[in-house]
Design a protein around this ligand. Structure first.
Ligand code: PLP
Length: 376
């Protein structure tokens, strides 16, 4: 039997139930961060090879995480990096439509707004259930729809969209690119991009992937990559070594997704930590992580005391690792947050509701502590 996953994290004297905001970094990832700072104190310890090895290793682990080749992974610093890349790179013209979801997290919406200057129409589909529904998507699509972009798990409702069903709806039409924001899902559940059927998956790295802040990635289906109309010329992506000038200057065509990486791709003070965090999840196995997280969610939902109404799904495929609760009056979210704080539990208020989001660092004792504070 392997040690509990919580052993991989610094001992907490409080219960951090807010991974949907920031995931804690595992100890091995923090050690990599310290090593990076030490190396920067004495730059002789920063090897030239690291500039190439760090992104290559991270790319390959992220590929493994989403069931794709490393050469299909764009390294970024956020969700927004991948979405802005797509918004500016996709061949969208005057009159084309991008469909977004009402109430989606702003990071999923804003990247598309600049396209309005080129005459691209942005429309939002209502999501009264808490996530985009296949029927609502179907009735919103028109023959001008070129992009559908939605979160997988919705930050403000905790509902998980049924991605494969949404993709099916789009596949009944032509020329629709399906872009999925997996920031609240990747790292907490299996996310095989080819099973999901999406065209692009973007995610941050600092929530369920337990990386430092300023991490993220995008996966682009190779056929989509070939349609991108944006090119960048970043010297470190183009050269194979840093000691000599290239013999000639021409954009390489063999880079795959790396051609779109965020600049300073090696990001020597951040990416090694993130790589260790992702490797840890891979070693444990993402199915095991999901089982662990969902057991905590079961405990939370089944133990919910009187006076609380569950607003996120109670069971099934739509349930995520984000639990949204509403108190019955006279209790309020603000009062409950104070009680939780006094009991040593950190949670969040989102869209007027209490949001609890446990992950691998949490134990059943953390959930018991939260339930006791909610009952008070
Ligand atoms: C669904 C979703 N997408 C994206 C983000 C973050 O976006 P970014 O990585 O661009 O800061 C969050 C939360 O902060 C989120 O909940």
């Amino acid at each position: 039997m392997s040690a509990p996953m919580s052993d991989e994290f610094a001992p907490f004297d409080r219960a951090w139930l807010n991974t949907a905001h920031q995931g804690p970094m595992p100890l091995t990832a923090a050690a990599a961060g310290r090593e990076a700072i030490e190396a920067k104190l004495d730059p002789r310890r920063m090897s030239d090879e690291a500039f190439f090895q760090v992104p290559a290793a991270l790319r390959s682990s992220l590929g493994e995480l989403v069931g794709a080749g490393g050469d299909e992974i764009v390294l970024g610093n956020s969700t927004s990096y991948g979405l802005n890349l797509l918004a500016h790179g996709l061949p969208l013209r005057d009159g084309d439509e991008v469909l977004l979801v009402d109430g989606d997290f702003p990071a999923t919406i804003y990247p598309w707004l600049p396209l309005q200057r080129r005459g691209v129409r942005l429309r939002t589909v209502p999501a009264p259930s808490g996530a985009l529904e296949p029927e609502d998507l179907d009735s919103a699509l028109t023959d001008r729809t070129r992009v559908v972009c939605t979160s997988w798990v919705f930050s403000f409702t905790g509902h998980a969209a049924e991605v494969a069903d949404l993709v099916d709806v789009c596949r009944q039409r032509e020329n629709i690119t399906f872009v999925l924001n997996g920031s609240q899902a990747v790292g907490a559940r299996p996310a095989d991009v080819y099973d999901l059927g999406v065209d692009a998956l973007v995610s941050c790295g600092f929530k369920w992937l337990c990386g430092p802040y300023a991490t993220g990635f995008a996966w682009l289906r190779p056929a989509l990559m070939r349609r991108m109309e944006y090119e960048q010329g970043y010297w470190l992506a183009q050269v194979g070594e840093i000691a000599n000038p290239p013999g000639h200057y021409a954009l390489r065509q063999d880079l795959g997704a790396a051609a779109y990486d965020v600049f300073c791709t090696a990001n020597l003070s951040v990416f090694p930590s993130w790589h260790r965090a992702v490797s840890l999840l891979l070693e444990r196995g993402i199915h095991e992580v999901q089982r662990h997280d969902q057991a905590l969610i079961d405990q939370l939902i089944t133990g919910l005391p009187e006076g609380w109404v569950l607003r996120s799904p109670a069971a099934g495929a739509r349930r995520s690792t984000l639990v949204l609760l509403e108190p019955e009056p006279p209790d309020t979210v603000a009062r409950a947050l104070r009680r939780l704080d006094v009991a040593g539990v950190d949670a969040a208020e989102r869209a007027g509701k209490l949001r609890l989001s446990p992950h691998v660092h949490n134990t059943p004792a953390d959930i018991e502590r939260a339930l006791a504070a909610l009952a008070a």
